[in-house]
Ligand binder design. Structure first.
Ligand SMILES: NCCC[C@H](NC(=O)CCN)C(=O)O
Length: 412
């Protein structure tokens, strides 16, 4: 027999599930439209407009397009319950929608957008008729572009977009369901070599070969890798290697990603990498310019209370959470990590009915397939149900906030 409070929460969870199911075709159309029109980081114009239209069709949402960033948006609803002047609990849901170059939505960000929209619409349905919540509740949906490049969430943090948000939820497609999986710190290094052109056959001795520097740099990093800790990563490309075989390259450009679990390790890895890049310049007589053009993505802070609630709600919906997620490793990164340092939240991973790996063409196909929908909507329901638990139970909200404070202390 459920207690009165539990009975009310269950009724709210039933309401949100019915609402999400009632909107399933519209939600699928939303993510399919985004999937069919892949746009790169910072250029998600169609996705932005489509999501703004999705929320604007319901006049009870207050929608701000081009919110602080050209392709970010904000949709707000509420507050409900409580009296004028009462502190408001602002629950945030994040939508990502940037694709990858050449392979479209190979990370399923179209489904991230669908999960965020569905969970927000579901929570609204659960709250609409509530007049006696512990605190007034507001819902904020943030369209957070450019996760794969630029770090849209970090720009939004710096612009104050998260200042009044108390909880934050999103979920990411993967190969299995996991309420938490470690995502690590990442920093990009852009390396430019400047040499001197000359005819590569007639007067090669007159040239200073920037491609030699690039090749040496790549090789230096490749041998450095043997001496790195097993959970560190460094990987890169030669973005520009020259114009023609008979012109000794005067300019080359390389892009590298450096990843470590902890910030102090990142400093160590950056120093080792920089030594590799400068050695290549010295060996060839080139000048070198080393920059970090995008902000550092932080690791995701865990929140045990939110993760446990998510698992409990997910299991009630039939989600299987493997003891140890095996088929995908944690060596990936996300700008949600930076959000997790300023707002308590969760970023679960969810199965979409494929064993394909992210950032592959097979995953792109899976992210646009009908069979991903059941798992996508189920994830949205679990997120929304978790939000219901927290907004209805001040003790849980306190535990969430305690977890957040403890996790941040452990980072020091
Ligand atoms: N330049 C940042 C790359 C982030 C990228 N993130 C992911 O793959 C996670 C989901 N999109 C990464 O390479 O880890």
């Amino acid at each position: 027999m459920l207690s009165g409070d539990m009975e009310k929460r269950q009724q709210m969870k039933d309401d949100l599930q019915r609402c999400i199911d009632a909107h399933k075709d519209e939600l699928h159309s939303l993510s399919r439209d985004i999937w069919s029109n892949p746009e790169l980081a910072g250029n998600e114009k169609h996705a932005h407009d489509r999501l703004v239209r999705f929320f604007s069709q319901d006049q009870t949402w207050t929608v701000q397009s081009h919110y602080k960033l050209p392709t970010a948006f904000k949709a707000s609803w509420g507050p409900v319950s409580g009296g004028v002047g009462d502190p408001v609990l602002n629950v945030g849901f994040l939508c990502e929608y940037d694709a990858l170059p050449g392979i479209g939505h190979a990370c399923g960000h179209n489904l991230i957008a669908e999960v965020g929209a569905a969970a927000a619409v579901g929570l609204k349905a659960a709250l609409e008729n509530q007049t006696e919540l512990p605190v007034p509740v507001k819902i904020t949906v943030l369209g957070t572009p450019a996760e794969e490049e630029l770090g849209g969430k970090i720009e939004l943090i710096n612009a104050g977009a998260f200042a009044d948000i108390d909880l934050v939820f999103m979920a990411h497609p993967a190969q299995q369901d996991a309420s938490f999986h470690p995502c690590i710190i990442i920093e990009e290094m852009l390396v430019k070599y400047y040499g001197k052109a000359s005819h590569a056959a007639a007067y090669p001795w007159e040239g200073v070969n920037a491609l030699d520097a690039a090749v040496l740099a790549y090789s230096n990093i490749s041998v450095l890798r043997q001496q790195l800790k097993p959970d560190w990563r460094i990987h890169g490309i030669i973005k520009h290697g020259g114009e023609k075989p008979n012109i000794i390259p005067a300019y080359t450009e390389l892009e590298f990603y450096l990843r470590t679990p902890l910030l102090k390790d990142l400093c160590d890895l950056k120093a080792k990498a920089e030594a590799c890049f400068r050695a290549a310049a010295g060996a060839t007589g080139c000048q070198v310019e080393i920059t970090s053009p995008t902000p550092t993505y932080y690791n995701i802070l865990p929140n045990a209370t939110l993760a446990s609630l998510y698992e409990s709600n997910g299991k009630a919906l039939g989600i299987h959470f493997p003891e140890q997620p095996t088929s995908f490793c944690g060596k990936r990164s996300t700008d949600f990590g930076n959000v997790s340092f300023i707002v308590p939240g969760i970023h679960p991973f969810f199965y979409i009915c494929t064993d394909a790996l992210n950032h592959t063409e097979e995953y792109t196909e899976a992210a646009g397939a009908e069979k991903a929908q059941l798992y996508t909507l189920r994830t949205a329901k679990a997120l929304s149900m978790t939000a219901v638990d927290v907004v209805c139970c001040p003790d849980l909200l306190k535990k969430v906030r305690d977890d957040f404070r403890l996790a941040k202390l452990k980072q020091k």
